[in-house]
Design a binder for this molecule. Structure first.
Ligand SMILES: CC(C)(COP(=O)(O)OP(=O)(O)OC[C@H]1O[C@@H](n2cnc3c(N)ncnc32)[C@H](O)[C@@H]1OP(=O)(O)O)[C@@H](O)C(=O)NCCC(=O)NCCS
Length: 199
């Protein structure tokens, strides 16, 4: 498997749907909200001044294999979803009527995320996701490590991540990158570990 990492900020716009498609394989809240939310989230993320990330592209086929995203202000990425009020209300009403549990989970998670980022000079590993067909080959670990290296270059001192307690692959990759568990908490239907690493 030979691939290269590129800055997520420089991704050609026509490839963003592929990022959204890969993210739908994640079991987290954003994916549960559905494709329009996922695509809009990454459209906003690549324009966000402080967020940064990477995508892995196969050298031969040029297929995108996975990506990672970090930010010092993850809650601002989430709140950008509500900026276009008409779009947001139309899409969130669909979620409310078709997936009410997801709607209430969103309310709980938005409160939790606000309380998590109160330390200066820190970043959050917001997402790192690998297409299922490329998993188990250390790509996830490499994509997360790229966030850590870039975060260090930008002068951040610490990185945080929240990982579901049963997400063994993510926990293994994150701990192999030097993160340690600092607490375990419940966030609605999610049971998560909070992890941190010095940069
Ligand atoms: C988490 C994720 C990015 C890992 O990607 P990956 O490229 O497979 O990760 P790596 O190969 O770098 O490392 C995964 C580790 O978990 C192990 N692993 C993978 N699947 C596993 C499973 N089902 N059970 C136990 N261990 C597993 C691998 O063997 C590897 O461990 P090792 O380094 O000791 O060999 C990928 O599983 C994914 O995209 N999951 C969905 C999205 C997600 O959960 N993202 C993280 C959100 S916090």
């Amino acid at each position: 498997m030979s691939y290269r990492l590129h800055s997520l900020k420089e991704i050609p716009l026509e490839l963003l749907p592929r990022i959204a498609e890969i993210q739908l394989h994640d079991a987290g809240l954003l994916s549960k909200l559905g494709y329009p939310f996922v695509l809009r989230y990454f459209e906003n993320a690549i324009k966000d001044e402080k967020a940064f990330g990477f995508y892995a592209q196969d050298d031969e086929t040029k297929e995108i294999m996975g990506f990672s995203l970090a930010s010092p202000e993850p809650s601002s990425l989430t709140s950008k979803l509500t900026e276009d009020k008409v779009w947001f209300i139309k899409n969130i009403l669909k979620v409310f009527f078709t997936k009410p549990f997801v709607f209430f989970q969103m309310l709980i998670s938005s409160v939790t995320i606000q309380s998590q980022m109160d330390e200066p000079n820190t970043i959050e590993c917001v997402y790192f996701t690998v297409d299922p067909k490329y998993r188990g080959q250390k790509l996830g670990r490499t994509l997360q490590k790229a966030l850590m290296d870039e975060g260090r270059k930008r002068g951040y001192k610490k990185i945080f991540a929240s990982v579901e307690t049963q997400n063994i692959a993510s926990l293994k990759a994150t701990q192999a990158n030097g993160f340690t568990i600092i607490k375990t908490f419940r966030e609605g239907m999610y049971h998560r570990h909070r992890l941190e690493s010095e940069l």
